[in-house]
Design a protein around this ligand. Structure first.
Ligand SMILES: Nc1ncnc2c1ncn2[C@@H]1O[C@H](COP(=O)(O)OP(=O)(O)OP(=O)(O)O)[C@@H](O)[C@H]1O
Ligand SMILES: [Mg+2]
Length: 217
């Protein structure tokens, strides 16, 4: 059975697809046979990123499947893959099957003061009983101290948070729009902060592997 990691946020436009595609790329670059399931059939951004890359002549190092049927998502479609990432839809009902099938759930979160309550509710209801960690993403320079405060609040609530933190960089959108891999040699030519952006996801990916390893050992 492959290792299954779901990327779930309970909210739109917060970096789920960016996180899912970054992790799938790093996993593929690790020579792990990797599948990325785009479960957002209405707006399959992961598919758009995959197709844009293929058109640009750089096929990503992972396979892509677009699948909205929860039964298929949770079933044997993963045969032959070592690792599967699922880019989940925001609605808890639509994401339920994917979450059930996952060994681990990554919860991207843009640390904004007013949204801390909503994410806390999400992890305490939808994600209760699941193995998960919140990943702070798109953290702007200006929001760093707020991120630290939210981190402390989560710690007090026993909400697990990645030590690694993904900063806000235009590099993410630029490479996606051009079909260039953030982790390839072309990215630094597109954006001065591409290596920093890539480094953030590398650190989060290493931490993810460590956490999953700890859980299965
Ligand atoms: N760390 C980041 N820094 C700057 N921009 C980012 C970052 N992560 C994501 N973005 C940008 O923010 C936008 C939304 O990101 P993304 O599509 O990954 O979110 P999503 O949660 O999958 O959204 P949706 O609900 O539409 O599926 C994209 O344009 C993406 O390029
Ligand atoms: Mg998305």
């Amino acid at each position: 059975m492959p290792q299954i990691v779901a990327i779930y946020g309970g909210k739109g436009g917060i970096g789920k697809t960016t996180t899912a595609t970054s992790f799938a790329s790093l996993s593929g670059l690790d020579d792990v046979h990797t599948l990325l399931v785009d479960a957002n059939a209405d707006q399959p951004s992961a598919q758009v990123i995959h197709q844009t890359a293929e058109r640009a002549g750089t096929a990503p190092p992972y396979d892509l499947a677009v699948e909205r049927n929860p039964r298929v998502i949770a079933a044997v479609a993963y045969a032959g893959y070592q690792r599967v990432f699922i880019d989940c839809p925001p609605s808890p009902a639509e994401a339920a099957a994917a979450l059930q099938s996952a060994d681990f759930i990554v919860v991207p979160f843009v640390p904004r003061f007013l949204e801390t309550r909503a994410i806390t509710r999400t992890v305490q209801t939808t994600l209760a009983g699941f193995a998960f960690r919140v990943l702070f993403v798109a953290v702007t320079h200006a929001a760093r101290s707020r991120a630290a405060a939210v981190r402390e609040a989560f710690s007090g609530l026993n909400v697990p948070v990645f030590d690694a933190q993904v900063r806000a960089y235009t590099a993410h959108e630029r490479v996606q729009a051009r079909g260039v891999s953030l982790f390839g040699p072309e990215a630094p030519g597109l954006d001065v902060n591409a290596e920093r952006a890539a480094g953030d996801y590398r650190a989060a990916y290493r931490e993810l592997l460590r956490v999953i390893g700890e859980r299965t050992r």
